[in-house]
Write a protein that binds this ligand. Structure first.
Ligand SMILES: Cc1ncc(COP(=O)(O)O)c(C=O)c1O
Length: 382
């Protein structure tokens, strides 16, 4: 069947701007690109633990068999949500099939007609998609710029009594690796009774004791309306959780369409999540990751590369190389030498801000870090 002409045109345009995406099978390169920051995705302990847990509980099921509101809410869900709520110091936890589902579901269901959402201009696509499905209006503010947020709120809120205001940010931005001033954001939201929502996808497993996340590291988790933590990054498995009040959970269970109209995660995924949370409490991988982040930053300095990079204390480090063609070329050269470093193209990031994205891991050696940066230096110091 022929694709409609307009769709061919869109593909052609992508090709024209050097931004056509294709699927490639993972090659066996040194990993500077996956989100598996702690190596949990291939942890034998977690893999075997999950299997064992299912055997112990005599759960022999390959699938959830239905939506969690129908037949899919097996007992592991209840147990695991309790573990997650305790670990993350939240009143309640609600597991979603993915971070994408959690964000789309939350932002399409919670803000109502007449409410307003203010979002950081670099917010993740899943939050944008959720906002588009909502009847609430949404306005962006400049990246990590609280003064601009205040200006936008002043300009766009109205005086109506029942207007609720939501402010959404990420505790670690997925493409830049930087963080907002969360304490100031919280103070601002508290002062005016606004609802702060924080996506902790790239902070979970990285920041705080046992990888609890950045909000808990700062001790401010109880002042946030909702937190979204995902399991597909540092936790190496799959799914996500929304952390919040008991009432928020009751509301989502009733009105959140990406939660209701989908088959729940299979018991095996939930068992894996449980094992991951056990592993977080005994692993030394988080310290190794933090050590590597510190080492990477020192190496940037010693190789005179700091100014090329977006400032970051997280596992994500972006080296700006303007232009899709340029960044693809350099990524390709680095990959040829055995390092998996991915180019991030526009329109995923703004034009002119194309970049090489270095994701650091607990299992990267110091030699690998030095070598890849040495190589990078030969391309950018021309
Ligand atoms: C900030 C952020 N939120 C949400 C998601 C979506 O999470 P998941 O991969 O579990 O769907 C991602 C992943 O790309 C992300 O980077």
């Amino acid at each position: 069947m022929r694709l409609p002409e307009k769709l061919y045109k869109k593909l052609k345009n992508r090709e024209g701007s050097n931004a056509l995406r294709t699927l490639s099978v993972q090659k066996n390169l040194i990993d500077f690109s996956s989100n598996d920051y702690l190596g949990f995705a291939s942890s034998k302990t977690i893999f075997e633990g999950a299997h064992q847990l299912l055997l112990e509980k005599t759960i022999q099921k390959n699938g959830a068999t239905g939506s969690r509101l129908l037949s899919g809410n097996h007992k592991l869900y209840v147990e695991t949500e309790k573990i997650l709520a305790d670990f993350h110091n939240a009143e309640e936890a609600l597991i979603f099939n993915s971070g994408y589902d959690a964000n789309v579901g939350f932002f399409s269901a919670v803000p109502q007609r007449g409410d307003v959402v203010f979002y950081d201009e670099l917010i993740h696509a899943s939050i944008r998609d959720g906002m588009q499905m909502s009847n609430a209006k949404s306005y962006k503010f400049k990246h990590n710029d609280i003064e601009n947020l205040k200006f936008q709120v002043e300009r766009n809120r109205n005086e109506s009594n029942d207007q609720e205001i939501y402010i959404v940010t990420e505790s670690v931005f997925s493409m830049d690796g930087d963080s907002p001033d969360l304490k100031s954001l919280i103070a601002f939201c508290q002062k005016y009774n606004y609802h702060l929502v924080v996506d902790e996808a790239h902070a979970t497993g990285v920041f705080g004791d046992n990888g609890v996340g950045l909000l808990q590291e700062l001790g401010v988790e109880d002042r946030v309306f909702a937190r979204i933590n995902t399991f597909g990054k540092a936790l190496g498995c799959h799914g996500a959780v929304i952390l919040g009040s008991n009432d928020l959970k009751r509301y989502l269970v009733n009105f959140c369409r990406s939660f209701i109209y989908t088959t729940g995660l299979p018991p095996h995924s939930i068992a894996t999540i449980q094992m991951v949370y056990e592993e977080l409490q005994r692993t030394s991988e988080i310290e190794k990751l933090i050590e590597n982040i510190t080492f990477f930053t020192q190496e940037l300095k010693s190789k005179n590369l700091t100014s090329r990079f977006i400032k970051s204390d997280s596992a994500i480090h972006g080296c700006i190389i303007s232009g899709n063609e340029n960044v693809k070329k350099i990524a390709n050269e680095i990959q040829k030498k055995g390092f998996d470093v991915k180019p991030i193209l526009s329109p995923t990031v703004p034009q002119g801000k194309e970049r090489l994205r270095f994701c650091l891991h607990s299992y990267n050696s110091k030699e690998e870090i030095s070598e890849v940066l040495e190589l990078l230096a030969t391309f950018v110091h021309i």
